[in-house]
Design a protein around this ligand. Sequence first.
Ligand code: GLA
Length: 370
Amino acid sequence: MNYDYKVSAAGRVNIIGEHVDYCGGKVFPAALSLTNTVYVKANGTDKINLSWTTTDFKVSLDINDLEKYADLKYGNYQAGCALVWKNAGHKLLGCDMLQDCKVPFGSGLSSSAAIEVSTLAALAVIAGEKIDKKEIALLAQKAEREYAKVNCGIMDQYASANGLKDHAILLDCKNVSHEYVPFELGDCALVIANCNKPHSLVTSKYNERRSETEEALKLLQTVLKVDCLADVTPRQFEEYKSILPGKVKDRAEHVVYECDRVSKSVEAMKSGDIKRLGKLLCESHASLRDKYEVTGKELDVLAESAQNFDGCLGSRMTGAGFGGCTISIVKKDKVDEFKRVVGEKYAAEIGYDCSFYEAEIADGIITEKL
Ligand code: GLA
């Protein structure tokens, strides 16, 4: 089959700022060279014919009846994207689309955002529209929320669309704007490891954390004039935390201090203080483990084995948690040894292997005329 365009969008890691995007906080992700690529060609019909490089499954979506595909195992994300694209008033054309996903599924590296963003960008390209990365990110988030029913923040889709080679993205989720920061780790490399825990209940637990933070905000708004939880300073939090019940207090404590760690981490990266950055990563993991409770044994063993390795400056889970990946800052000349030692420790404690990924910090949406 011949296609007219090749459109890809990136998976991402989040360096720091976890579970704060939906609280109006700043986050610090970076797009990866692991991407979802869509090969696309308008077909002059009312159908989006989908196929994949990874499965023989094929499906044909009726562009006039897109609501009915939410339960598809493959094709649901594309249907959700086509629907939000159309409902936003854009021209939706029938097309043939081949999807090639190189972001490992369930890894916490945002395969879903990469699929959504590349699909939307492909729809824009065949409609002859200019790509507006911010709008595409927002529509992708809408598809994830309304169609896939994950009440997510904007981080993943925004990073997937707006990534810039060799730069991290300091994204302000309150006003949805960003600044690029050169991704510089000196004599260290970023190592991504997947704990390979079988996926379960991520959506329901994610949505539950989100409502706990909403409850915390409502209570704090009875004593403070703030629009979002990320606007509460550590000092204000310490002064008023006693009005929050048990777990809700813990969740809010994570958010407030994680936001503080994001500013400190950006400063550390800008000034080349990688040791400090590494320490902040470790603090973030501890808070996600003890206060936000989104890590689990597998991610804890993986992060702690990394943290104990001589030559690793810091390690933490990245993404939603409950499984998925860690990131570690490791001296370049020790990376091979790191993978061996951490891999062996992990397998000995957990009973199965973790995996390591090779990825660069890369651009977000890339379109190419074929
Ligand atoms: C998932 C969501 C993001 C963000 C992270 C946690 O990846 O899609 O919006 O909330 O979890 O930081």
